[in-house]
Design a protein around this ligand. Sequence first.
Ligand code: ATP
Ligand code: MG
Length: 216
Amino acid sequence: MSLTGLFGGTFNPVHLGHLKVAEEVIRRFPLDRILFIPSYIPPHKSPGEVVPVRHRLKMLAIACQAHPSFEVSEVEARRPGPSYSIVTLRRLKRARPEDRFFFIVGSDAFLEIETWKDYERLLTECSFIVVSRPGFGIKLVEKVIARINLTALPIPGRRTAIKSENLKPGSLFLLEVRTPDISSTEVRRRIKAGLPVTGLVPPGVEQYMAKHKLYS
Ligand code: ATP
Ligand code: MG
């Protein structure tokens, strides 16, 4: 059995905010690995602004290279159409029935959980780790958690300090941590305006975008 984090997103492109989220989670929580799962077409976005998934996969592979526990999953990328988390989870569970799965989401994404397909089932079939994002405070998240009748568990300072009974499906952890205030929208906007994105994305990703003239 391994504990697997599922970090879904458009990753259009991956940036240092995403990496900080994954780094903080793996530092504080006993996960064996984190799968970065780019969506084929995100349910909430218009396809026009999203570059083809092969580019987003490649940029993720570059970004994850230096991290032994970060992996890129093609589970959604290989299936045309909108990507629903509940469908992804069930497919991954079928492939690895012994594993425990933890969805990792930023607080902005979690605030919309009630719009996700079958979100109530999703919340009982796996666990969630909600990570704070600048501008989307934990107070709002706590309101949503109360409304959907869940209890938030804090994440202790050490990864060994998590009680094993809390590792069962249906748990929800809240991780308040400072992540850089970076978004893919801002990265795309800067590239379009001819501005540098150094310090916002890993150097290899910056080079890849320039080489393939992405977002310009
Ligand atoms: P866009 O501006 O295109 O929406 P984004 O920066 O929000 O891009 P996504 O691919 O939409 O990136 O997000 C994937 C996941 O990463 C979401 O759960 C989101 O909340 C989280 N996330 C993205 N950036 C940050 C950040 N700076 N801090 C914390 N969480 C983040
Ligand atoms: Mg987003």
